[in-house]
Design a protein around this ligand. Structure first.
Ligand SMILES: [Zn+2]
Length: 345
C-alpha cells in the first residue's frame, strides 16, 4: 500500500524578512539565517510524492499570546513601520528592574531582545507570524487525525525565543506553539536536536510538569547561548525533573550522538509517557555547518529520524537552524523522508 505524504506547512510571507548581517562579539558578519535556507529545503522536497506542501491556517492572535507576552507581539508589529531595506538592531539591553518599557518605541526594543544577532525589519512580523502559524497548523493537522505527523518549515527559527524575548534569530517559539496545542490533550515531549541549546523553549516550559523538554547541544561554556543548557537545569517547582540537557563537546560525531540519543534522551521520553512529540529539528549539527561545531553526516540524520519514528507518537517536526545552506536541503529531506518512511509504516 502506498504511504501517505508528509504534510509540509509553509507560507511565502516567511521569505522577505532578510537580516543582512549580524554583530558577534563586535565583528560584523554576513547573517547566516537567509531565505535561501528555505529555497534549498523546498527544492529538495518539491515534486516528491513523499511530501505535500500546504499553506498554514490563519492563526488567531490569541494563540500567540497564549504562549507569548502581548508586548512581544506588539514590538514585532511596531517594526512594520521600518522602511523597506532597513535592518534595525536593538543596541541597549537593559536589566529589567527599574526601567520602563514601551513596545511601541523601537529605540526601546532591546527590552524585548537578548542579543545583537536578531534584527527587526519591516517584514519580521509577517515572517515570524507565519513561521509560528506553520508550527501551529502542523499540530492541528495531527490532532485532527488528518495525518500521524507533519513538518513545519518554520523560518525564522523559534527555539531561542522566550515568552517575552526575541533573540538567536528567533522571534516566536514555533516548537512551543505546537507543544502548546498538543498540551490540551495531555503530556507532551519536545526534543531539541539543533546544535544550540533551546533556551527559549526551556524557559517557557521550565515550571510545566506536563511538558518534557530535552536538548542535545554544543557545550554552552563554548557555544551560544552560553547562559543556559547546563546539565544541572532540570526544571522548577512542579516541573522539576521535566527538563533534560545533554551538552556535548565540539567535534561530537554521529556515533557518539546516536549513543546519547538512545541511552539518555529516548528512554527519558518514553518514561514520561507523552501523548505527542515535537522535534525541534536543527541541522546545524552537520559537519560543514559554519555556526555549529559537531561532526554529523547526512546518514546520521537518517538514523536519528528512525529513532524518533520508533517512538510511534503523533509528531510535529519543526524546522530550527541549519546554516550550511548548500547541504541544508539534502539533510532536511533525508531526515524527513527517513522519518516518514518508518513512521507511516
Ligand atoms: Zn542552532
Amino acid at each position: 500500500m502506498n504511504k501517505p505524504p508528509l504534510p509540509v506547512f509553509f507560507h511565502p510571507k516567511q521569505l522577505p524578512h532578510n537580516p543582512r548581517y549580524e554583530w558577534t562579539f563586535g565583528r560584523k558578519i554576513e547573517h547566516p539565517e537567509t531565505r535561501s535556507r528555505v529555497d534549498r529545503i523546498l527544492k529538495a522536497i518539491s515534486g516528491s510524492p513523499a511530501f505535500s506542501l500546504r499553506l498554514p491556517y490563519k492563526m488567531p492572535l490569541n494563540r500567540l499570546t497564549d504562549l507569548h507576552h502581548k508586548d512581544l507581539v506588539s514590538v514585532l508589529k511596531t517594526a512594520r513601520k521600518l522602511p523597506e531595506g532597513k535592518t534595525y538592531y536593538p543596541s541597549v539591553f537593559p536589566r529589567r528592574d527599574q526601567v520602563s518599557s514601551d513596545p511601541d518605541s523601537l529605540p526601546r526594543a532591546g527590552y524585548y531582545c537578548f542579543d545583537s544577532g536578531t534584527p527587526l525589519t519591516v517584514h519580521s512580523w509577517d515572517a515570524a507570524y507565519w513561521s509560528a502559524a506553520a508550527a501551529w497548523s502542523a499540530a492541528k493537522c495531527v490532532t485532527s487525525g488528518e495525518s500521524k505527523a507533519a513538518y513545519a518549515l518554520s523560518r525564522p527559527p523559534g527555539h531561542h525565543a522566550q515568552r517575552d524575548l526575541f533573540g538567536g534569530y528567533c522571534y516566536f517559539n514555533n516548537a512551543g506553539m505546537a507543544a502548546r496545542h498538543f498540551r490540551h490533550r495531555g503530556r507532551v515531549a519536545i526534543v531539541d536536536i539543533d546544535f544550540h541549546h533551546g533556551n527559549g523553549t526551556q524557559a517557557i516550559f521550565y515550571p510545566d510538569p506536563k511538558v518534557f523538554f530535552a536538548s542535545i547541544h554544543g557545550d554552552p561554556r563554548k557555544f551560544y547561548p552560553y547562559f543556559s543548557g547546563y546539565d544541572g537545569e532540570t526544571g522548577r517547582g512542579e516541573g522539576r525533573g521535566t527538563n533534560l540537557n545533554v551538552p556535548l563537546p565540539a567535534g561530537t560525531d554521529g556515533k557518539k550522538y546516536l549513543s546519547v540519543l538512545r541511552r539518555k534522551v529516548l528512554p527519558a521520553v518514553r518514561k514520561f509517557r507523552p501523548v505527542a512529540l515535537v522535534i525541534s529539528a536543527g541541522f546545524d549539527t552537520y559537519r560543514h555547518d559554519p555556526v555549529g561545531g559537531f561532526d554529523l553526516e547526512t546518514r546520521d540524520f537518517v538514523e536519528i529520524a528512525r529513532e524518533f519514528a520508533d517512538l510511534d507518537l503523533p509528531t510535529v517536526i519543526v524546522q530550527e537552524g541549519g546554516y550550511a545552506t548548500k547541504w541544508l536541503g539534502v539533510n532536511a529531506a533525508a531526515f524527513l523522508r527517513a522519518f516518514r518512511d518508518r513512521h507511516f509504516d
